[in-house]
Design a protein around this ligand. Structure first.
Ligand code: AP5
Ligand code: MG
Length: 236
């Protein structure tokens, strides 16, 4: 199963993607997490990405597409994955569609289709995206959520000081590392990220709707209820 999580920054894509990954035993692939791990390790990619991320801007497509395609080509992605934070622009979505299904529609024709050339990928090896799930939360709620978020830069776990506090303040339950307020979660940068989202990423809702794979969930509910709504879409 191949799933894309859509939604504004702070809508809860990462929170839900981790739960999906666990329930359906597929990898959670977050371009934001990949960039943050590279920033932490001070790689060349990390230093380049940081210039954009700190300003609330998107990292250029050339850099982003390559790391994502390398990641989904790995063995553990053979049976699917949940993408969190990718695609974020129409060109990224088009490249993804072409890469995984060999056509811009991103949806494979029936594998019994006799017109298909011999040796074309079937749904097991290739296959288009099955679901694009839009986690919908109004902008006013987002800024509040982000200022309360605390992130572990080592293992990628996220917390919220009110909604999901760690057992010990400031320390990750999973790996014991220190939790931080992400540089891009400062209120002025969050507003900028929201503007960038509306301009460059929101058009993807229409893009996937036209393909017939868009599903909407109300992300302002309690996170367990958001997850139940997602499971109702994906199936038990
Ligand atoms: P990325 O890391 O993807 O950030 P984002 O999209 O801005 O999203 P967030 O991670 O901030 O939010 P989320 O939706 O995952 O919410 P979360 O679950 O944490 O990207 C960072 C940057 O990297 C980008 O700005 C860009 O520069 C660059 N980048 C990444 N991918 C790129 C790409 N493809 N192209 C170009 N550039 C790219 O939840 C938020 C908070 O709310 C948490 O504290 C959580 O605990 C809490 N919460 C979650 N759900 C609920 C709920 N239902 N009720 C109450 N609280 C909740
Ligand atoms: Mg996230």
């Amino acid at each position: 199963m191949k799933i894309i999580m859509l939604g504004a920054p702070g809508a809860g894509k990462g929170t839900q993607a981790k739960m999906i990954a666990e329930k359906y035993s597929i990898p959670h692939v977050s371009t934001g997490d990949i960039f943050r791990a590279n920033i932490k390790d001070q790689t060349e990619l990390g230093m380049e990405a940081k210039k954009y991320m700190d300003q609330g801007l998107l990292v250029p497509d050339e850099l982003t597409v390559k790391i994502l395609l390398d990641r989904v080509a790995k063995d553990d992605c053979k049976n699917g994955y949940v993408l969190d934070g990718f695609p974020r622009t129409i060109p990224q979505a088009e490249v993804l569609d072409e890469a995984i299904s060999g056509n811009k529609d991103g949806i494979l024709t029936d594998s019994s289709d006799a017109s298909k050339p011999a040796g074309s990928p079937d749904t097991e090896v290739g296959g288009g995206i099955d679901f694009a799930i839009n986690v919908d939360v109004k902008d006013e709620n987002i800024v509040k959520r982000m200022s309360g978020r605390r992130a572990c830069l080592k293992c990628g776990a996220t917390y919220h000081i009110e909604h999901i506090p760690p057992k010990k303040e400031g320390i990750c339950d999973k790996c014991g590392s220190e939790l931080v307020l992400r540089d891009d979660d400062k209120p002025e940068t969050v507003q900028k990220r929201l503007n960038v989202y509306h301009e460059q990423t929101q058009p993807l809702i229409d893009y996937y709707n036209k393909k017939g794979i868009l599903k909407e969930v109300d992300g302002s509910q309690d996170m367990k209820d958001v997850f139940s709504a997602i499971v109702a879409i994906l199936g038990e």
